[in-house]
Ligand binder design. Structure first.
Ligand code: GRF
Length: 211
């Protein structure tokens, strides 16, 4: 990315969009270093799409059911993202696996947030699975997206303590508070100061704190 312009971000989301809301709030401050140029979803009309529309951020939604197969959906998603010429694609509560046809264009520029401490508890039910396993701490992982399910190189993590009385939703809510801040910190750091990867090791030029 050139030093002379703000990092362009496309955010992908499927749900309520609280992570997106946090990123949009951060982007309101030019010093954060990134601007959200588009928001995409697999769920037309989801909370994230509505939030983006209210903020006049361009949106697109591609339902899997509108495509003959998964690969063609991936190609369409990759091409839609490309129209926004992003420097970074942020999967923030995007509940679909990004397939080969997407990653051939966007691997290395796509990051994801996951509500558990990877490599423990990958997949769509990280909070539930951690709670069921009986861990005493869990947390958030922001990682580069590769071809596996939540297996990409880890960029940053933060810990959240599990309480004996926690329900899944109570624990998830506390994780989401930490998740929003970590996402803002990581994206801002990547945008402003850059980063590089050496195999599985990702180095932020301005590392973010673990707390
Ligand atoms: C986040 O915890 C994300 O990591 C998980 O689902 C949640 C999405 O929340 N996959 P939101 O849509 O950003 O509010």
């Amino acid at each position: 990315m050139s030093d002379h312009r703000t990092c362009r971000i496309v955010v992908l989301a499927s749900g309520a969009g609280s992570n997106l809301a946090a990123l949009m709030e951060a982007a309101a401050n030019p010093k954060w270093g990134a601007q959200i140029v588009g928001v995409g979803s697999d769920v037309p009309g989801c909370g994230a799409i509505q939030l983006a529309q209210q903020a006049s951020v361009p949106t697109f939604a591609l339902s899997l059911q509108d495509f003959p197969d998964r690969a063609q959906w991936d190609v369409a998603l990759a091409n839609e993202v490309a129209k926004y010429e992003p420097d970074l694609v942020v999967s923030a509560g995007f509940m679909r696996i990004l397939g080969d046809e997407f990653l051939v264009q966007w691997q290395g520029k796509t990051i994801n947030t996951h509500p558990a401490l990877l490599p423990s508890f990958p997949g769509a039910h990280g909070v539930r699975d951690a709670l069921a396993y009986g861990v005493k701490v869990t947390g958030v992982t922001v990682h580069l997206v590769d071809r596996g399910v939540d297996t990409g190189p880890i960029i940053a993590q933060r810990v959240v303590a599990v309480r004996e009385s926690d329900t899944q939703s109570e624990l998830h809510e506390r994780i989401k508070v930490v998740e929003r801040q970590l996402l803002i910190d990581v994206v801002g750091s990547m945008a402003r100061d850059g980063w590089h990867a050496d195999g599985r090791n990702v180095f932020l030029n301005s590392p973010v704190s673990v707390e």
